[in-house]
Design a protein around this ligand. Structure first.
Ligand code: ADP
Ligand code: MG
Length: 233
């Protein structure tokens, strides 16, 4: 009965998600359609619609990219991975964006970390999302610290920014699908990230103070088995 309940809950979530995604993708599609129709009727040779059409297409592309991770993974992509290796990859990937925004990315990685059993691509995606959010929260530059430590049988990774922060009562909203405070945000990054970490039997904790910054803590068990829909794979 418990499994049945879980399955019902899962289907309800999938249904809600599908409704949300349909809505989010239909908006830019409707606008693209309208713009193309205008373009077709327009005698004006200047191409004023194309940039807007491109913006809308990019928006759909971003939404689909953010969601892609949900369809994965395959169980065979699980292996023992080094956390420092993953974090260094993420830092090197996002360094150009950080530099452009006057932000310094600092890593503080403990020496005694043990490798974790994970889907490397998904875990990389999680930290790309978190560090990107950190960068986007710091309009005036500053420092982002990425710290990794061992605590009991867990690896604890913190992404600490000096950004705008978010009021306490809004913290639970952050992981909801399509919750965004950004003009071009999708509100999917954190939801996907939390889901990935939960599937790794880990946890995500968020602490924030307005105008001071935010810290997102990811806890990952070293010896976690991977669970999807209640099943150990
Ligand atoms: P998006 O980045 O597309 O808005 P996310 O799911 O990644 O979607 O984040 C949802 C919302 O949570 C953001 O729009 C922002 O309001 C808030 N948020 C996430 N990370 C941070 C952060 N580091 N500092 C402040 N607010 C954040
Ligand atoms: Mg984001």
């Amino acid at each position: 009965a418990y499994e049945e309940l879980q399955e019902t809950e899962r289907l309800a979530t999938v249904g809600e998600m599908a409704a949300g995604i349909t809505h989010e993708i239909r908006n830019p599609l409707t606008s693209i359609k309208g713009l193309l129709e205008l373009k077709q009727m327009d005698e004006d040779p200047s191409d004023k619609y194309t940039p807007i059409i491109l913006d809308e297409v990019n928006r759909i592309d971003t939404i689909v990219n953010d969601l892609m991770m949900l369809g994965k993974p395959k169980s065979h992509s699980f292996s023992r991975e080094n956390v420092p290796h993953i974090l260094e990859y993420v830092v090197s990937l996002l360094k150009p964006l950080a530099v452009k925004n006057n932000i310094k990315l600092k890593t503080k990685i403990a020496e005694d970390l043990q490798p974790i059993y994970c889907d490397e691509i998904q875990i990389k995606q999680v930290f790309i999302n978190l560090v990107k959010n950190a960068i986007e929260s710091m309009e005036n530059g500053g420092e982002i610290t990425i710290a990794a430590n061992l605590s009991n049988d867990n690896v604890v990774i913190e992404v600490i920014d000096q950004g705008v922060g978010i009021p306490q009562e809004k913290i639970p909203k952050m992981g909801e699908p399509f919750y965004t405070t950004k003009e071009t945000g999708t509100g999917l990054g954190l939801m996907v990230s939390i889901k990935i970490i939960e599937e790794h039997q880990g946890d995500v904790l968020i602490d924030s103070e307005v105008d001071r910054g935010t810290s997102v803590t990811v806890i990952l068990p070293i010896n976690g088995s991977y669970r999807k829909n209640g099943m150990v794979i």
